[in-house]
Design a binder for this molecule. Structure first.
Ligand SMILES: NC(=O)c1ccc[n+]([C@@H]2O[C@H](COP(=O)([O-])OP(=O)(O)OC[C@H]3O[C@@H](n4cnc5c(N)ncnc54)[C@H](O)[C@@H]3O)[C@@H](O)[C@H]2O)c1
Ligand SMILES: [Zn+2]
Length: 361
């Protein structure tokens, strides 16, 4: 088993990464000094696959779990679902020492984390991420929240879990498209922080796509280490944490103009990162062979790297970028790469340069 520490003083916690972890959920929770009552929040696809194993393990360790199942997909990240969770927690008398287990992808993690952050002004929670994206990204770092009609993640809290358990076996049932979308975040860590990780991905991509635990385990652990390090330096995103948004300004805008439908998040940020790499060549001197390697890796991972936009869509894209909550004083700032493994943030870019980068194939 690999263990990654997230260093946040009193709120520090561990991320454990290995196959066959779900059956150990109860025993792992035992060590956290939690109350007996708990709620496993999961979704309609993940629940039938893994909720029984989770509750069995919790019961065996002396806990008394309740299962709350929310719909699968982004629409579950709503205040209406939060309300339904609160009602069930209250009806089942969960109290201050009770805890929540988030069993699912990033949607369940963000939702259940927000419920945990706010029910009774905060009860402990444990993340059991079941998508690649959730294992390398959303379950680490303590951002929780839900969407409003006006936009994604507009209501939320910084609230750290007490433990993260990444069971590699849960990824076996993940649809290939979702797995590839998670790889877009994995590749991102190589670009923003770790040239050796990027090289390893270039070499081991076929084995990774085959979900081999011996390859997957170290890669996921490295991604978690990187995120933990960045979050440890900057928990609430006043500086270095912004580098995690490489490719995300364009990616989020693409998601928004396609009404969160056409592209998965990982697909949108694949296009965004390739565009950011091209902009980096032009404006920051990223060597062109580095940009070519970045494009090739996303392509080999089966991810889209370009997008064709009508002029109406282009207008909508820039409007969406200006609405992104990372914008300050109306100015869109970008994270760009100097080389693979090193990025800088706070770059201002002309619209024309962005359009050009999106259009090149
Ligand atoms: N908090 C953060 O820091 C952070 C970071 C990145 C993304 N996010 C959020 O994460 C969400 C996206 O997460 P996601 O990509 O995991 O999506 P998701 O949670 O919707 O999961 C994707 C799909 O896979 C299904 N699924 C999950 N695990 C499965 C498994 N093991 N086997 C079969 N099916 C499975 C789900 O039911 C869903 O249909 C977005 O809402 C995004 O805003 C949060
Ligand atoms: Zn992302």
């Amino acid at each position: 088993m690999r263990t990654v520490e997230v260093p946040l003083g009193q709120r520090s916690y561990q991320i454990k990464i290995a196959p066959k972890l779900l059956p150990r959920l109860g025993a792992e929770c035992r060590r956290l000094n939690l109350g007996a009552r708990c709620a496993v929040i999961t979704d309609a696809k993940v629940g039938p696959l893994f909720a029984a194993a989770a509750t069995r393990s919790l019961r065996k360790a002396g806990f008394d779990p309740l299962v709350i199942t929310v719909p699968s997909g982004e629409t579950a990240k709503s205040l209406a679902t939060v309300q339904r969770c609160y009602d069930q927690l209250a009806a089942n008398r969960l109290e201050r020492k009770s805890f929540i287990v988030a069993l699912g992808g990033g949607v369940v993690g963000d939702l259940a984390g927000f419920v945990a952050a706010t029910y009774l002004r905060g009860i402990p929670f444990v993340q059991v991420p079941t998508t690649l994206l959730a294992q390398v990204d959303s379950s680490v770092g303590g951002k929780t929240g839900v969407n409003l009609k006006a936009g994604k993640n507009l209501v939320g809290a910084f609230y750290q879990p007490r433990l993260v358990l990444c069971d590699l076996d849960t990824l076996k049932t993940l649809p290939p498209r979702e797995f590839r979308a998670g790889l877009a975040e994995v590749i991102k860590y190589g670009i923003i922080y770790d040239a050796a990780l990027f090289q390893r991905l270039e070499r081991d991509l076929p084995k990774l796509l085959g979900k081999r635990p011996a390859v997957l385990g170290p890669v996921i652990a490295r991604c978690c280490e990187i995120k933990a390090d960045v979050v440890g330096q900057d928990e609430t995103e006043s500086g270095p944490r912004a580098t995690l948004n490489f490719g995300h300004t364009i990616g989020h805008a693409l998601e928004a103009i396609s009404s969160y439908g056409k592209y998965l998040h990982g697909e949108a940020i694949s296009i965004g990162q390739v565009a950011a790499a091209k902009l980096s060549c032009e404006l920051l001197g990223l060597p062109t062979d580095h940009a070519a390697r970045i494009t090739a890796l996303f392509k080999h991972a089966g991810l889209p790297v370009t997008v064709k936009l009508t002029s109406a869509q282009q207008k909508a894209l820039f409007a969406a970028m200006r609405l992104d909550k990372k914008v300050s004083a109306g100015e869109v700032k970008f994270v760009l790469a100097q080389r693979i493994g090193k990025v800088v943030w706070g770059q201002r870019l002309p619209d024309a340069a962005i359009l050009k980068a999106l259009a090149i194939t």
